[in-house]
Design a protein around this ligand. Structure first.
Ligand code: FES
Ligand SMILES: [Fe+2]
Length: 413
């Protein structure tokens, strides 16, 4: 182990149970680079939905740390993911973040590539130059129910194994027959772990999220506020859950709970829980906001929360899905991308309106942006010392433990 790794190893071992991380984890550039290489890159992360690029040549780019990935639909209607790196001298090829192209042309010396990544033209090259040796480099990719997952590792974990326990939860909602109704990107001036610390606890919900507290009852927040069993149990909510489980069984819909925290490459959870107060959808009024999706024949008053990895979350009512992607950009910058999916036959203005379906998580994410940024400012102070966590921050503690064990493992190999 080199000196830098030894120092990080000692720092990991010095972290206290039920306290947040030391300052260094939230600001240090070397740790950030390790996070990208060993933590983010080992995960299958969805970065969009196929309906965002419906036509041949439609593309968007997504960037994580120093990497930029092009996601493009080719002439065979296949979606390809390529590293945005020209095979000549390495320039980014796609400069715009989205658009439509007939071919990919590098802006530097005009090498051009077909939509399947093969090199089409490179002028003035030598006799022995073989175009077939210089295709764009593919990024690992899998599409499940319209969600485009990428993995930046050179040896990705099996996608089939990764998705298997989540399949019935996602399939129920029919995301493969959905379309993006709205998409928003929130740029956060904060480390990705501060953004996820915040996402994994609901201790802050009462002071910061009046909208969330209007939609979800105190009992629900106490039991499930930020992911599966992240807070203390509520007898009241458990009673509601029992009755709702019976109703859902009678309707024949899939339900249940899946939670895995092997402290290895995986961090997955999924569950279906009821709304309180007779709500049918995650809207201000509690009334449905769009057409039923997937296998639902009627509203069952429940919704599904899935965490395929720490970098994604799906929160789905019967009629629309809110999809979260957390993208670490630098040691002090993170993008949170939200897309709201509705049934692909739903018509805007008739079956749904954008404001109604995005209201809760738009307001909530704007507030999260503010509190994460204030948190980062305080954590940068020389007087920052991690303070004790509350009973409502068990989700944060779980996320922190997963992170520390994953980082430690990567240093020790
Ligand atoms: S770097 Fe792309 S053509 Fe030269
Ligand atoms: Fe929040």
């Amino acid at each position: 182990m080199n000196n830098i790794d030894q120092e990080i190893f000692n720092l990991i071992n010095s972290q206290k149970k039920n306290f947040p991380l030391d300052q260094k984890f939230y600001v240090d550039n070397i740790i950030f680079e390790k996070d990208i290489e060993h933590i983010f890159s080992n995960q299958w992360v969805f970065i969009g939905h196929v309906s965002r690029i419906p036509n041949i040549g439609d593309y968007f780019t997504v960037s994580i740390g120093n990497e930029s990935i092009i996601v493009i639909r080719d002439k065979q209607n296949k979606i390809n993911c390529f590293y945005n790196v020209c095979r000549h001298r390495g320039s980014h090829i796609c400069i715009e973040s989205e658009g439509n192209l007939r071919k990919l042309i590098c802006p530097y010396h005009a090498w051009s590539y077909n939509l399947d990544g093969s090199l089409k033209k490179a002028s003035m090259m030598g006799e022995d130059f073989k175009k077939e040796d210089w295709s764009l480099i593919k990024c690992n990719k899998n599409i499940f129910e319209g969600l485009i997952f990428i993995n930046l590792s050179d040896k990705p974990i099996s996608f089939a194994e990764f998705i298997k326990p989540l399949e019935p939860f996602i399939s129920l909602h029919g995301l493969g027959k959905a379309k993006v109704a709205i998409r928003k990107v929130y740029e956060i001036e904060g480390n990705w772990k501060l953004a996820l610390d915040n996402f994994h606890e609901c201790y802050h919900c009462h002071p910061s999220h009046p909208e969330y507290c209007e939609v979800h009852s105190k009992d629900y927040i106490q039991s499930y506020g930020a992911g599966s069993h992240s807070g203390p149990e509520s007898a009241e909510f458990n009673k509601l859950l029992k009755n709702w489980n019976k109703k859902v069984d009678d309707l024949g819909y899939f339900r249940g709970e899946y939670s895995e925290n092997k402290f290895s490459n995986f961090y997955r959870s999924a569950e279906r829980t009821p709304f309180s107060n007779g709500r049918l959808s995650e809207t201000r009024s509690g009334k449905p906001a769009s057409k039923l999706m997937g296998n639902f024949k009627e509203f069952d008053g429940g919704y599904t929360t899935i965490g395929p990895s720490p970098f994604n979350s799906l929160i789905m009512s019967n009629d629309f899905a809110t999809c979260f992607t957390f993208l670490p950009k630098t040691n002090k910058k993170t993008l949170i991308e939200l897309m709201w999916l509705v049934d692909n036959n739903a018509i805007e203005g008739i079956d749904y309106n954008k404001e109604e379906i995005s209201w809760l998580w738009d307001e909530t994410t704007l507030a999260d942006k503010r509190i994460i940024e204030d948190n980062q400012k305080g954590v940068l102070s020389k007087k920052y010392v991690p303070g004790p966590l509350s009973k409502m921050e068990l989700g944060l503690e779980k996320f922190k433990n997963w992170y520390l064990k994953s980082l430690k493992k990567s240093i020790c190999v």
